[in-house]
Design a protein around this ligand. Sequence first.
Ligand code: PLP
Ligand code: CA
Length: 309
Amino acid sequence: TGGRRCRRLEGETARAVLANADTLLFDCDGVLWRGEAALSGAPAALGRLAAAGKRLCYVTNNSSRTRVAYTEKLRRLGFPPAEPRHVFGSAFCAARYLRQTLPPGAAAYVLGGPALAAELEAAGIPHLGPGPAALPGPAPADWAQAPLEPAVRAVLVGFDEHFSYAKLCQALRYLLRGPDCLLVGTNRDHRLPLEGGSAIPGTGCLVKAVETAAEREAFIVGKPSRYIFDCVASEFDIDPARTIMVGDRLDTDILMGNTCGLTTLLTLTGVSTLEEVRGHQESDCPARQSLVPDYYVDSIADLLPALED
Ligand code: PLP
Ligand code: CA
């Protein structure tokens, strides 16, 4: 099929590819920073891109921060100033989806943290978590007697470090009321890597638990779903042919970029490796070809030489 080649982005090609782009979409963790530390050279590279007049947007599957919190983190780590409207986190985008989809006054039952609650409030979606609500009896079977809120028309699953069997029960009970109770997940990342090869379970594990109980598939807001790109395209005048998606994960960032017709750039500072790319390239499977980026760099700091005048 010809296919994407995953060439190193350097020299004249780098200048030409960047000159052709007016917008760059950045994944955050693994591309701009790891945890609380900016990746070396990343703030300088984004500073140059902003000075060159590029539009910079931030597209992250992490539902545990609000748009505003991301602008503060970017500033704290020395990145060029960003406004909340440039940040597309899966918490904000999930709230937007529910605002578009739910009838007026309908509420969401939420498995998630304070950032998800804050974005729902900003979008005007009534929401409830399990709260400390007294469970009516000691045994799980008694919990099926707990009161249900009649206004709930969606179950939303995001990153929830206090996920529990009791919450899973309540989510199932709302979903059993019928197909007009939506099931929405912020993202399917199943593992969040930590320094030193260790990892913690990601939101995908929680979404899977609810899907398994409810015997239905969630609508996913975050990458690789094109919904998160549609959010960007609805707020800015985006030409996919002049937009670069920069990410560290093949199955989220690169797949979304390829699906949406963007130029895709993999950075090797995060989850995915060049060996994985080569494996996909060698396979005949079309689904695996969609995981191959157009270009790669070791780090986005490698873009600096192409941005000098
Ligand atoms: N979800 C959670 C809860 C996270 O903490 C992270 C990364 O820190 C992610 C998802 C992945 O985020 P991103 O799409 O920015 O790589
Ligand atoms: Ca990432």
